[in-house]
Design a protein around this ligand. Sequence first.
Ligand code: MG
Length: 380
Amino acid sequence: MTITAIIVAAGRGTRAGAGQPKQYRPLAGRAVLNHSIRAVLADPRVTQALVVIHPDDLAAYHDAVADLSDDRIMAPVFGGETRSASVLNGLDAATGEFVLIHDGARPLLDAARLGDLIDAVLAHGAAFLALPVTDAIWDVVDGVAQSALPRDTIWRAQTPQGFNRNTITAAYKTATGPAADDVAIAMAAGLDVTPVHGSERNIKITQAQDFDLAEKLMGRTMDIRVGNGFDVHKFGPGSHVVLCGVHIPHDMGLLGHSDADVAMHAVTDAIFGALAKGDIGQWFPPSDPQWKGAASDIFLRKAMSVAAQDGFRVNHIDCTLICEMPKIGPHATAMRTALAEITGIDMERISVKATTSEKLGFTGRGEGIAASATATLVAI
Ligand code: MG
């Protein structure tokens, strides 16, 4: 017995706001679609997972599933103009004896309900998760309630919806016109479909506020990351140094491939460190001539954009410069202002301070400047 889970994720999802389709937006640190795929793989009886995506989303799909190594995940297939066309493309690529068709925007399917559904599909040939309606249901016309509908027999459909693959494929091939869901397609072909009690948690993310609800339902603990960065640059001939983007007159300059802004490099590395995304040298190799003499704000801006892409907000930066000269104190406010402008973080959340090393070591001998930084990132 083989079961293919078909995860339908080809929609544009514009109602949830923001630029990218909702199934690729982060939820508790992972793309919504990543959660939905994990959810259908929670039952070992599922032998394949096949995601139907929009052709424009191939890169977003690969990003979304990058941390999933389950060999039951098949190559994605492209969807069509309508949900029905997308499901049919998935059915054509599936090989399981049974299929479970699941919305890519239902990340909170739990393993127990999935197990109940599979039991029912194997027993009856066609079944779907649903919930009996408990609220009163009213027919409303022009903003005025008209009549109460009998709710005793009304269920709200969820997904997955499971079928014998050949049977539902044949039903799709004979279907005419739009259908509410796969149950409607099956019923139009004369199949009996059994509802199985789903869960209130198994919401479909449609609106922007559904992300907040989903996170609450996940009982999510806050994902807070603290990263540190450290950098050293050596003094050489010059008339000023650049620290946190601020030019400070000095009788020496700092040597480096870029503008040698040791403080901004440490801050940038602290952010990359919190994200576990390597370091400044990996993102901007010193061997690449395009960074020669570059103003270091481009490095920090890159780290900020990687943080945003990964679903994190930089909440706080603390940078300590270690040198005997130049004196940092008189410039600390300007440095905080510069970092605030580059990062968009409130200046009250940015600290720049300095220490000497009591004339000990290379900083004590005035051979260079060291900088140490900490950044705190919060998942959004
Ligand atoms: Mg450096």
